[in-house]
Structure formats: C-alpha cells, structure tokens
Design a protein around this ligand. Structure first.
Ligand code: ADE
Length: 251
C-alpha cells in the first residue's frame, strides 16, 4: 500500500535528484516555502527545503505536518563529521537527536529541553532500519558512479555507514577547537548539523515517525568552509538521490 512520505532537505542540491525522479510533481507555496508533490514507487511524496537553522526547519516541519499530513518524515542532507572514524563521504543514520546549543542551566540540566523532561529524541525504529538499508545500498553503488578524480579529491575510497547521535545547533562548526569541544562534551555524537534536532522535536510533538540521514561533507574543522561547498556541488546529490530512491522502493 502506498504511503504519504515527506522528504526534507536543507539545500536544493540535496533534493535535486529526487525531484528529477518525479517528473509529474507539482508545487504549492505556503509560508514562503515551496512544497513539491509527486509520486515515486507507488508512494505519495511531499518534498520541501527546510531552510537553514533550527527556526526555519521547525517552521517548515510544522507547516508540512499541518498542511500535508505525511505519515513519515525523512530528512536527507549533509553534516559535519565529529565522531572518531566518521570520514568525509561516510553516511550517518541518526538514531538520536540532540540540540547542542540548548542550555537553560542552572534551571534545567544542560541540553534538556524545558517542558519535555528530556534532551534527545530517538529516531523511529522502523524508519531507522529502512534508512540504514538504503544507506548501505547507496554506499555500495556510489563510488563506482563517481569518476576517479572526484573520488580521490574527497578521499572516497571505502565510505562507511554509521548509526548514532546527530547533534544540531545554529552554528556552522568550522574550527578544530569547536569540534573538539563538542566531541568532549557529547562523547557519542557522530555528526553535527543545523536542522535535524529541530525537525525531530516537531515530529515528536505531532507523533509522526522521523529519521535523518546525513552524508559527511566535512570534518567540522578548519577546512570545513572549503570541503562543505565542494562536496555539496560535486557529490552530495548522488548520495541523497540514491538513498531516497532505494528507501521509497523498499518501503
Ligand atoms: N552541515 C555540514 N557541515 C556542517 C558543519 N561543519 N557544521 C554544521 N552543519 C554542517
């Protein structure tokens, strides 16, 4: 049975391949956001750009859930790798989402979301398994599709899939010192981004299953401002497109 699935990405490069797979899509604008609606593998797909940062992503998600009532929400995009052994070109399937810049201490514990009594949201277990499978398939397929020069430029020799915590904040982490501090504070964090934690919170509020999958575009270090745009332009869309295609086929 077909389902109604929402796909969110932060940037157009991450959504372009999916839109190309849905030639019949049509667009609706709400709150300054463009929602693309189409069909893929028997499912109704609603695709939207979150915008960048937690407020933009939360607003987009609330509008998406209110207006279009998807049964599941998948976020695909890029992130900075901060976990040991999480390299550029690897994929992190988020199992838990935390907002690293949430700090209402000493009133609440560091990172606790006031009113929620918790500091992290889990991914939906079934969606997490599906996206893991999609990531494994995509990563096995991908290196052969990229030319040798691109693979060498980004060191994409044997990319891996990881599952673990994604941390989110309103900051592009672009210094070694900052990523070291995040790693020290949040030991199990694998990747850092600017939206997943906000989307997870809104999906939790509406009891809609959610999972985010992030391809590592940079190591959130002093090189991040160079690695991020290059990866985005040359590599990211292949990952997102393939993962989404596989996920919707398996669903
Ligand atoms: N998205 C991709 N790279 C990132 C970084 N270094 N910090 C935050 N978000 C990112």
């Amino acid at each position: 049975m077909g389902q109604r699935i929402a796909i969110i990405s932060a940037l157009h490069e991450e959504l372009a391949e999916l839109l190309a797979l849905m030639p019949d899509e049509h667009q609706t604008a709400v709150a300054g956001r463009q929602f693309w609606r189409g069909r893929l593998h028997g499912h109704e797909v609603i695709a939207v750009l979150s915008g960048i940062g937690k407020v933009a992503a939360a607003t987009t998600t609330a509008v998406l859930l209110e207006r279009f009532r998807p049964q599941q929400v998948i976020f695909t995009g890029v992130a900075g790798g901060i976990g040991d052994g999480v390299a550029v070109g690897d994929i992190v399937v988020g199992s838990r989402y935390l907002q690293h810049d949430m700090d209402a201490s000493p009133l609440f514990a560091r990172h606790e979301l006031p009113g929620y009594g918790l500091s992290r949201f889990p991914a939906d277990p079934a969606l997490l398994r599906l996206m893991w499978q999609a990531a494994e398939e995509a990563i096995a397929w991908l290196p052969g599709r990229l030319d040798a020069a691109t693979r060498a430029a980004f060191g994409l020799q044997a990319p891996r899939v990881h599952s673990g915590k994604i941390v989110t904040g309103d900051r592009f982490v672009a210094t070694e010192a900052e990523s070291r501090a995040l790693r020290a504070e949040l030991r199990e964090a694998l990747a850092v981004d600017m939206e997943s934690g906000a989307v997870a919170q809104v999906c939790h509020d509406y009891s809609v299953p959610f999972c985010a999958v992030r391809t590592i575009s940079d190591r959130a270090d002093d090189q991040a401002h160079v690695d991020f745009p290059a990866f985005l332009q040359q590599v990211a869309r292949h990952y997102s497109g393939r993962m989404l295609e596989v996920a919707l086929r398996l669903l």
